[in-house]
Design a protein around this ligand. Structure first.
Ligand code: HEM
Length: 281
């Protein structure tokens, strides 16, 4: 049965107020993630769209080989579309999840929501088109991992939109969180690789992404996120004990510290130079 936004809040959130320490640690994590995702999104737009503007498509292959090949135009169009849409999703970032914005400016939420859902569909379908046209660099395991990722993204985008149109806002919110968790995965994938290379020198990773770490990572960047969302949706009303609160603060702070380090590393090595290059072009 359809419910209003007010009823959704009454039923689902904000729920029990978090302790101030947990709230502060959560805000620090969200701000870090948001900043980092935005930087990654701007980098994608600056680097990949910049190469199109410069008519220098071969430079797409600087990070991954074979993204652009003259004799596979369908794959190039599909992956190009997927870059533009993916960059947009990251730059829009967490805006849609900000409760005061949703409450005070529902029309902005609806308009941005349409852009977000359309971009998610294009990112998913573009990625799937690329896989269908020439397969991933990592072969069948990566094809399956990324193929499932694309299908889930398309399904989550459709469900988010469908339930918004039907005014079934509890379900809409749950699917929107799943969609966000999937988009977040594209960013987490790079972070995970950054840390792995930094901490282990890249054990299990090969240049052609056929190593055991690469195969594990073909699924690990999005499936755990979905589990975290399900845990959040099921457990958000349970009050925490004092040790649980301290555990939460510690976990959030460690995650923030790691992400700050990763963001610093990527910004200095890759994202920052590409963005500055484009600004000075
Ligand atoms: C927010 C969403 C997404 C963003 C921001 C994103 C971003 C990117 C970027 C930047 C690359 C180029 C490699 C690099 O520079 O790291 C890439 C490659 C790729 N992405 Fe995505 N992506 C997103 C979602 C998806 C989805 C849903 C799929 C699923 C089909 C997908 C499939 C692929 C594939 C197949 C490649 C090429 C891998 C290869 O060379 O074999 N992406 N993506």
């Amino acid at each position: 049965m359809p419910v209003t936004q007010r009823e959704v809040l009454a039923r689902t959130g904000p729920g029990l107020p978090a302790a101030p320490s947990v709230r502060r640690a959560s805000v620090a994590l969200v701000v870090t993630v948001w900043t980092s995702m935005t930087l990654f999104g701007v980098y994608i737009l600056a680097f990949y769209a910049g190469a199109v503007a410069d008519r220098d498509l071969p430079s797409w292959n600087a990070v991954l080989p074979r993204l652009y090949e003259r004799d596979t135009p369908t794959a190039s169009v599909a992956i190009g579309l997927h870059f533009a849409a993916g960059g947009l999703i990251l730059v829009l970032g967490c805006v849609q999840l900000v409760t005061p914005l949703r409450q005070r400016h529902p029309s902005v939420h609806r308009s941005l929501g349409r852009v977000y859902v359309t971009a998610s569909l294009l990112a998913g379908l573009g990625g799937l088109g690329f896989i269908a046209a020439k397969g991933t660099v990592g072969g069948p395991v990566m094809d399956v991992g990324f193929g499932l990722y694309g299908l889930l993204m398309v399904a989550a985008a459709i469900q988010t939109y469908r339930y918004a149109r039907a005014r079934e806002l509890v379900r809409h919110r749950a699917w929107a969180l799943r969609l966000f968790a999937l988009a977040f995965g594209s960013w987490l994938y790079r972070m995970d690789y950054g840390f792995w290379l930094l901490l282990t020198g890249g054990i299990g990773h090969t240049d052609d992404f056929h190593g055991p770490f690469d195969q594990f990572m073909s699924f690990f960047f999005y499936l755990p996120n979905l589990l975290v969302v399900e845990a959040y949706l099921n457990g958000r009303h349970r009050p925490g004990s004092r040790p649980a609160r301290w555990g939460a603060v510690a976990a959030l702070s460690v995650a923030t510290a790691f992400l700050l380090l990763g963001t610093y590393f990527f910004t200095v090595e890759l994202w920052g130079p590409a963005i500055l290059d484009r600004l000075s072009a």
